[in-house]
Structure formats: structure tokens, C-alpha cells
Design a protein around this ligand. Structure first.
Ligand SMILES: NC(=O)c1ccc[n+]([C@@H]2O[C@H](COP(=O)([O-])OP(=O)(O)OC[C@H]3O[C@@H](n4cnc5c(N)ncnc54)[C@H](OP(=O)(O)O)[C@@H]3O)[C@@H](O)[C@H]2O)c1
Length: 318
């Protein structure tokens, strides 16, 4: 049983990760820490044994083996360093950090301290994407030409939101565009070598609220990624090949669709649909705890994290 601590009473921790960790067989959350006095509330809500009033105190708890870091993007690096030095394995929210150099250093400090590190791009653990890779490899859509990915939504602007706070790594690309760019690297199995980006910036906050990105990948394929805070909820991608296409309409939050992923294939032989169920947040935790227990390398995930952050850092040079 891996014993976990959670750094911060973040929305995503309460809505997705704490319940997901509690759904697994081999993990137990034994502590929550809040820097703003919410630790007791979360402790009660989820029946967690210990509640700390600071992240430092939680990291000093020698019973804790792994931590989940759901802090604003600009704090990921600091707390990955602190947690690694305290000997904790780390599941850190996306984007891992805001510069490529930061992530290099974060992975290094984890390696030096013999702890596992994983950026929490949960979508990649849903089995629908493995099936897409299989279909592509089987030649179902011919030679892959390009991928289009979209993640947009809107939220209540009357309340403070870290997504609009430039100092904390706010902006649509850092928040949701990063899924599309990660998907391009992951699904096209190649690294971007050329890019263009157009963004519209929020008048009040100065962060990008809508961004449109094009990519040329090393293997000759291309991608288009769009993201927005000012559009209806869409989280989908499409892979287009010389003989057909594959559409994934619930690409990033299939948990909001009863965990159901849907794969729509169209090719010269006609069209068909497959439904694949998977609990992506739980599968992410299980992948991570298996790596801890079996001392497995997570380098293939690190490589995608590094490529993605390198690209995003470039895209933000507008
Ligand atoms: N994988 C996913 O599905 C997913 C979905 C949404 C968000 N995320 C990622 O998760 C992270 C958190 O997002 P969220 O929407 O959950 O954010 P949030 O609700 O605003 O939570 C962030 C938490 O960080 C702590 N915090 C510490 N210092 C802070 C500061 N200076 N300003 C603001 N908060 C501070 C606070 O917890 P305490 O006050 O309790 O210490 C706060 O509750 C981000 O990196 C985001 O990209 C991932």
C-alpha cells in the first residue's frame, strides 16, 4: 500500500485526484496539507487521517511515500524540489513547469533523490488512445497526414481564477492547449520542428484566452491545436490519414461522459464506432504506483513532458 499526501486543497484534487486515489486498491491518502486553512474541511470530506496547516509539515511526515502536487503552475518546480529532497515520489499536475530548463532540473532532482516523477497528463492513461495508436499501426487510415486537437471551455470570471493570473502561469495554452500539443507529440510519435501561433489576449489580465497553433513534426506529419477560455466545452481530436480519419470526441475528460471514450473511424470501407471505458485518473495513479513498487522507468513520459514544455515555452514568446 502506497501512502500518499496531498499538497493543497485544490479544486482538481477534490474533484478528481483524491477520489481516484481512493478508488485504487494499492494506495491510501493519509494526509492533506493546506496553506489557507482548508485542511480540516478536506480531511473530513474524504476521511483522511492527518491534516497539516503547511506543505512543509506534510513533507516532514516520514510515513508518506508519495505526494500529489495540484498547485498553481508557477509553484510546481519549488514543491517538486522540496518533495524530492524529502524523499517523496511525485505526481505533479500539468504543465510540469513553465520552462524546459525547470523540467530538466525537476527530473534531475527526482533522479538524484531516487524518487519517481510523473506529470499528471491523465488523458494519456485512458485506453481509447492506445486503441487509436493500434488502429493507426494497423493501417486503418493509411499514412497519417495530420492531427487536429481542440480543448475549449468557459468559466465564471467574477471569481478569482489562477487561469487568468499571468504570474501563476495562467493562459489557455498553459491550461488546456497543452493537452493538444501533448497529443500531437504522443499520437504522431514525433517532435515538433516548426510552429506558428496566434493568440488573443485578455484585455484585463494579459493572458492568452484563445490560441491557435500549427505544428510541423520531425516525421513530416503536421498538427493544428486550438484552445480557448471563451468558447463552449470541446475536448476532442481527429487524426487524418491518406485513407481515412479517426475522431475522438471525448478525448480529454471522458470521465464527464461516464468514463466512456468513443472512437469514430471513417475509411474507404465505411464508418464504424467503438466505445471504450476507462477510469483515466485511477489508471494514472495505478501506473505511477506500479512504477514506484517495481522501480520502473518513467522516462518515456518524461521525454514527452520535456518536448511539450519546450514547445509551449516557445509558443509563449509572443
Ligand atoms: N489534470 C487535470 O484534469 C487538471 C484539471 C484542472 C487543473 N489541473 C491543474 O491542477 C493545478 C491546480 O488547478 P486547480 O484548478 O485545481 O486550481 P485551484 O483550485 O486554484 O487550486 C490550487 C491550490 O493551490 C494552493 N495554492 C498555494 N499557493 C497558492 C497561490 N499563491 N495561489 C493560488 N493557490 C495557491 C491552494 O491550496 P491551499 O490553499 O489549500 O494550500 C489552491 O487551492 C494546475 O496546475 C492545473 O493546470 C489539472
Amino acid at each position: 500500500m502506497i501512502k500518499w499526501g496531498i499538497l493543497g486543497a485544490a479544486n482538481i484534487a477534490r474533484k478528481a485526484l483524491i477520489p481516484a486515489i481512493q478508488r485504487t486498491e494499492d494506495s491510501e491518502i493519509i494526509a492533506i496539507a493546506s496553506s489557507s486553512g482548508k485542511e480540516k474541511e478536506v480531511q473530513q470530506q474524504f476521511g483522511i487521517e492527518k491534516a497539516y496547516g503547511s506543505y512543509e509539515e506534510l513533507l516532514q511526515d516520514s510515513e508518506i511515500e508519495a505526494v500529489y502536487i495540484p498547485l498553481p503552475n508557477h509553484l510546481h518546480k519549488k514543491w517538486v524540489f522540496e518533495a524530492a529532497k524529502a524523499g517523496k515520489h511525485i505526481l505533479c499536475e500539468k504543465p510540469a513547469s513553465l520552462t524546459h530548463q525547470d523540467v530538466i532540473e525537476m527530473i534531475e532532482v527526482c533522479n538524484e533523490n531516487h524518487v519517481q516523477f510523473l506529470e499528471a497528463f491523465m488523458y494519456q492513461f485512458h485506453p481509447q488512445h492506445h486503441r487509436v495508436k493500434e488502429l493507426i499501426a494497423e493501417g486503418e487510415i493509411g499514412e497519417v497526414e495530420y492531427l487536429r486537437a481542440s480543448f475549449s471551455f468557459s468559466f465564471d470570471r467574477s471569481k478569482y481564477n489562477i487561469r487568468l493570473d499571468k504570474e501563476k502561469g495562467g493562459g489557455a495554452l498553459w491550461d488546456v492547449g497543452c493537452y493538444g500539443t501533448h497529443t500531437a507529440i504522443n499520437l504522431l510519435d514525433s517532435d515538433p520542428i516548426e510552429h506558428t501561433v496566434k493568440s488573443s489576449l485578455d484585455d484585463e489580465y494579459g493572458v492568452d484566452v484563445t490560441s491557435l497553433v500549427t505544428l510541423r513534426m520531425e516525421n513530416g506529419t503536421m498538427a493544428q491545436v486550438d484552445c480557448s477560455f471563451n468558447a463552449p466545452l470541446r475536448h476532442q481530436y481527429e487524426v487524418l490519414g491518406t485513407k481515412g480519419s479517426i475522431q475522438i470526441p471525448f478525448a480529454y475528460r471522458p470521465d464527464a461522459n461516464d468514463h466512456k471514450g468513443v472512437i469514430k473511424v471513417s475509411n474507404q470501407d465505411g464508418s464504424y464506432e467503438e466505445t471504450i471505458i476507462g477510469d483515466q485518473y485511477k489508471l494514472q495513479v495505478e501506473t505511477f504506483t506500479k512504477a514506484i513498487k517495481q522501480n520502473e522507468s518513467l522516462k518515456s513520459y518524461h521525454d514527452k513532458t520535456l518536448e511539450n514544455i519546450k514547445l509551449l515555452e516557445q509558443l509563449y514568446k509572443y
